[in-house]
Design a protein around this ligand. Structure first.
Ligand code: NAD
Length: 453
């Protein structure tokens, strides 16, 4: 990849092109200042030109050029092309055309959740590094496949859990944990706001320019649904796919991927992340379920109320529950803190005035001399791009991501079946419940199997 070699040069401190400068020698200014030349920039192929792709490209645009865009909605790919590529990017309905291109260095996957695993695996097999939005998968078994292919190909894959790059809140909270200020963690709560509900949404012909069959892709055949209610449309398509188990896990994965992630990272840093052993609790859904499948097909179906307890060896418990006070509460035997996107609070935080964290505390947690960029999305992208150059593990790698996403998926299976589950973490199987264990995977619609090359 000639462009990446050129770019590699610009990232290395002091411009020492052929010398492998360690990641921690990199200075944040270097990235912004030395990528001015068009030939030194990283060529990005985008798959899924929806709402979050705009935020991500805004965050990464000083380092990347968008050269190819795939979206099954022509209006959406044209909009991103005009806004981020001056209309010059190659545009496609079929994302595989983006993967074939030799001029693409890295791939950004920002499709709905049911359309993550297939392009991520195929991108790695095509020799591309990938930044994929969270949650990485729709099922636990998809995670096993992605991890296996990542290990075999050695590609760099960053998951878009940018809270891991939010230094003034989440990373700082985790540094407090890692410095032993909370002691042993006894209990963690991941608090997640409730999702919207919908009335029955009428089936309509898909709008012109939207390839609905390809939007469904590996998911079961379904009618396109849409109604305008107030400002926010109700639909089973753009953005609102989150509230349908066919395409997402609802809030349990949409926000679970952020907050259960922080909770799990805290346990890992404290050496308490063996397991989990089991999960149990309750969930309410807006529709009836039969054998784990929603009976009504015309309205949002993901859990609107939930309260799950996840048990770990040593008695530590993680609670995942709906609560408008969106954030993570970490309780140890020496103190407790609450962290969210707007707040970091608790006695151990107040005590930092008299007893500050060591200077390298954040750097140790983040595992590098990181770009301490204030904008977390830019920081997360910088971390990814630097890791592609230095061939290092990114901060939200697929292995640690799946460790926590397995918990979110188990909560979803438990919610849909209405019963608790026992988990064999080493085998990554549900124990003593064949029906639940079968839900670790999902059937892929004919014509949409993952192409293993
Ligand atoms: N990190 C975050 O904070 C954050 C925030 C929002 C969304 N997300 C994640 O980003 C992903 C996208 O969410 P969104 O809100 O942007 O959704 P969206 O519906 O606005 O965008 C998804 C886009 O993907 C396109 N698409 C669907 N199938 C495709 C295919 N086969 N090939 C190419 N394009 C295809 C759709 O047409 C749509 O334009 C989700 O997984 C979501 O969880 C992450």
């Amino acid at each position: 990849m000639p462009r990446l070699t050129a770019t590699r040069r610009t990232f290395l401190a002091g411009g020492a092109a052929a010398v492998a400068v360690p990641y921690f020698a990199w200075q944040p200014r270097t990235l912004a200042a030395e990528t001015r030349s068009p030939s030194d920039r990283i060529a990005l192929g985008l798959i899924g030109a929806g709402s979050i792709s705009h935020a991500n490209l805004d965050a990464a645009k000083k380092w990347v050029d968008v050269v190819a865009i795939a979206d099954v909605d022509a209006g959406r790919r044209d909009e991103v092309n005009a806004k981020f590529a001056g209309g010059k990017a190659a545009v496609f309905d079929d994302y595989r055309k983006v993967l074939e291109r030799q001029d693409v260095d890295v791939i950004h996957v920002a499709t709905p959740d049911h359309w993550h695993t297939k392009p991520v695996v195929e991108a790695m097999l095509a020799g591309k590094d990938v930044y994929c939005e969270k949650p990485l998968t729709l099922t636990i078994d998809e995670g096993k496949l992605i991890r296996k292919v990542q290990q075999e190909t050695g590609r760099i894959v960053q998951v878009g859990t940018q809270q891991r790059s939010t230094f003034n809140r989440f990373v700082k909270a985790l540094a407090i944990v890692a410095e032993g200020r909370l002691g042993k963690i006894n209990r963690i709560e991941a608090r997640i706001g409730a999702p919207p509900t919908s009335p029955a949404i009428p089936a309509l012909p898909p709008p012109a320019g939207l390839d609905w069959d390809r939007w469904l892709g590996p998911a079961p055949v379904a009618e396109y649904r849409f109604m305008q209610e107030g400002k926010q449309p109700k639909t089973n398509c753009h953005y609102e796919f989150r509230w349908w188990y066919e395409y997402s896990g609802g809030k349990l994965t949409d926000w679970g991927a952020h907050h259960v992630d922080i909770a799990t990272w805290a346990l890992m840093l404290n050496g308490q992340m063996a397991g989990p052993l089991s999960i149990g609790g309750t969930a309410k859904h807006p529709v009836a379920f039969k054998d784990g499948v929603p009976v009504e097909k015309d309205r949002y179906n993901t859990a609107t109320e939930f309260h799950f307890t996840v048990d770990f060896p040593g008695g530590t418990q993680m609670v995942i529950r709906h609560d408008e006070d969106n954030g993570v509460l970490i309780e140890g035997d020496k103190g407790r803190i609450f962290v969210s996107r707007g707040k970091l609070a608790g006695k151990p935080v107040e005590q930092l005035v008299d007893n500050p964290l060591p200077e390298d505390a954040l750097v140790k947690v983040y595992d590098s001399n990181l770009p301490l960029l204030e904008n977390e999305r830019s920081a997360h992208w910088a971390n990814f791009l630097l890791c592609t150059i230095n061939r290092r593990k990114p901060i939200s790698d697929v292995h640690s991501h799946m460790k926590m996403l397995n918990i979110c998926h188990l909560a979803g299976i438990s919610a849909r079946l209405g019963r608790g589950l026992k988990w064999d973490d080493a085998a990554e199987r549900i124990v003593g419940d064949e029906q639940a264990d079968a839900m670790l995977a999902r059937p892929y619609r004919q014509g949409y199997a993952i192409e293993m090359g």
